[in-house]
Design a protein. Structure first.
Length: 253
């Protein structure tokens, strides 16, 4: 990973931040994007102190075609070798008949449209250079569904389909395509899902041992460090105490 050029979306917290930390420690040069520029600034300064990594940051809302288009010359100049499509979220846990349409729109636009816009901006350069690796952060929700999660699961099923189709579209170009699909990870994910209700978010992980963001980052690094002739197409990464999207063992202690 030393001196590899890596773009990470949604890098201001959670899995994106953990990926930035792991790639920086490995000696990569980073271009980090997120909506919260202040957090990116803090992350950049800390990683520069700790690792000496070269880090460029930009505020970017991946849902915005205009903002992604404005980033095009920056992406082109950076010449990314690895793109980690991490930006994504869940909003609400209501059944379809009671769902908030604005929540649906935010999930669809971020998890699907945003991933496509950033991929479309970066992929042609990878193809022209004859090398590259796109690593999409999916979810167990892309393989299964659960009550109240139909729209979120739908977006992650879309990511899985895009991941598979993208591998076909890039066959023979030198670009690899992977997805890392975790189960329950304790990040800001549930706080965002419940619109800032920290009590509800904490209950999701009560008496349960979830994954950490660093576990997912380890999986991403593993995908990125396979030899050129090998590729991890899809990796499902689950907590030991989770058997499916809806089956988790909680201790009674």
């Amino acid at each position: 990973m030393k001196d590899r050029m890596v773009v990470i979306t949604g890098a201001s917290s959670g899995i994106g931040q953990a990926c930035a930390e792991s790639f920086a420690r490995a000696g990569s040069s980073l271009l980090l994007t997120a909506r919260r520029l202040d957090r990116l600034e803090e992350l950049r300064e800390r990683l520069r102190r700790e690792t000496g990594a070269e880090i460029e940051i930009h505020r970017l809302d991946v849902r915005s075609k205009e903002e992604v288009s404005a980033m095009q010359p920056i992406f082109d100049a950076f010449e990314p070798e690895i793109l980690v499509n991490n930006a994504g979220l869940a909003r609400g846990l209501a059944p379809i008949q009671a769902g908030d349409i604005s929540d649906w729109e935010e999930m669809i636009e971020t998890n699907v449209r945003g991933l496509l816009l950033v991929t479309r901006a970066i992929l042609p350069g990878m193809i022209s250079r004859g090398r590259g690796h796109i690593i999409n952060i999916g979810s167990i929700a892309g393989h299964e569904a659960y009550p109240g999660g139909a729209v979120y699961c739908g977006t992650k099923h879309a990511v899985a389909a895009i991941n598979r189709g993208l591998a076909m579209d890039t066959l023979g170009t030198g670009v690899r395509v992977s997805s890392v699909d975790p189960g329950m990870v304790e990040t800001e994910f549930s706080i965002v899902r419940f619109h800032g209700d920290e009590e509800k978010a904490a209950a999701v992980y009560e008496n349960f041992r979830p994954l950490k963001a660093e576990d997912v980052a380890d999986a991403v690094i593993f995908c990125a460090t396979r030899p050129p002739h090998a590729n991890i197409r899809e990796m499902i990464l689950m907590p030991s105490d989770q058997a499916s999207a809806v089956h988790a063992w909680r201790s009674q202690d």
